[in-house]
Design a protein around this ligand. Structure first.
Ligand code: F6P
Length: 321
């Protein structure tokens, strides 16, 4: 059996350990493993290379993806998909493992459902917005990266007695904001899943100042519903006369060496994906739920929304008092 592996969508720390696991476990099981470069775009362009145990040497600690990645618009069209499928057949690839986030798993679903290619997905995104796994590969490294920045900014916020608003990534999901906010002791966290009244935030900040707080940090998820981080900062500053600064962490949250958990998760899910193909499963995603590997149908994964941990949100409100 010959399998193909690709990484698609936004890169994230832990993709490399996952590729390494698929290649090495695949070879251990007697499979031939082909690497498809630049995600679905590479599949369309027939950018396919043979992988061996040596081609994944020295990558476990590296961020990004050695296979490169892309967001291919052409693959969304029937024409692009047809070319991709022709190349899969030409390269005699029997089944495919797709490592990526929501958009990439949608692509995997199409390949499997419409074009009858056996596909297994591996959830890999810093956003942690995928149903069917407690954590996606890359999430904890991104949270740790954001936290490192928050801790540094806290020094300046305290020294200058200022308010800082820090925008973190996550697309429409507030998980990075929530986890980095709780870990960083944020005074407030704005996430898309919870309506936040800016007047209430102002009241809480005022109360904090009365109690002797000399600085404040608000973590703002990029997908929050209260407006741009700059607008929010200026509204709060004006209302309660609190000098503020804005920091947008942006893409520095995507890179960097994967933390221990993302390396182990990538390794476990890579192996699980090969196992699933071996068992003849297709159109599924492997995930990690309640401490165990769980295989879910891609239909379920894509039709269910991962719920935000609102208990964690409430807990932060108590901690920030
Ligand atoms: O999905 C990962 C992510 O980093 C999101 O958090 C963010 O909204 C988006 O990708 C940014 O995408 P791009 O790198 O294409 O600008």
């Amino acid at each position: 059996m010959r399998i193909g592996v690709l990484t698609s969508g936004g890169d994230c720390p832990g993709m490399n350990p996952c590729i390494r696991s698929i290649v090495r476990f695949g070879i251990y099981k007697g499979l031939e493993v082909m690497g498809i470069r630049r995600g679905y775009a590479g599949l369309i362009d027939n950018d396919i290379i043979q992988m061996n145990a040596g081609s994944v040497s020295g990558i476990i600690y590296k961020g990004g993806t050695i296979l490169k990645t892309a967001r291919s618009k052409y693959f969304m069209e029937k024409d692009g998909q047809k070319k991709a499928v022709e190349n899969i057949r030409k390269s005699r690839i029997d089944a495919l493992i797709v490592i990526g986030g929501d958009g990439s798993l949608r692509g995997a679903n199409v390949l499997s459902k419409v074009w009858k290619i056996p596909v297994v997905g591996v959830p890999s995104t810093i956003d942690n917005d995928i149903w069917g796994t407690d954590f996606s590969i890359g999430f904890f490294t991104a949270v740790s990266t954001a936290l490192e920045a928050i801790d540094k900014i806290r020094d300046t916020a305290t020294s200058h007695e200022r308010l800082f608003l820090i925008e973190v990534m996550g697309r429409t999901c507030g998980a990075i904001a929530l986890w980095s906010g709780v870990a960083g002791g944020a005074e407030d966290i704005l996430i898309p899943e919870k309506h936040t009244d800016l007047d209430e935030i102002c009241d809480r900040l005022e109360e904090g100042r009365k109690r002797g707080k000399v600085s404040s940090i608000i973590i703002v998820a990029e997908g929050n519903k209260s407006g741009s981080v700059f607008e929010i900062a200026s509204r709060i500053s004006k209302k309660i006369n609190y000098e503020s600064r804005v920091v947008v962490l942006g893409h520095l949250q995507r890179g960097g060496s994967p933390c221990a958990w993302d390396r182990v998760l990538g390794t476990m899910l890579g192996k699980a994906a090969v196992d699933a193909l071996f068992k003849g499963e297709s159109n599924v995603m492997v995930g990690f739920v309640n401490g165990k590997i769980k295989v879910s149908s891609l239909e379920n994964v894509l039709n269910n929304e991962k719920q935000a941990d609102l208990d964690l949100y409430s807990l932060n409100e108590i901690m920030a008092t």
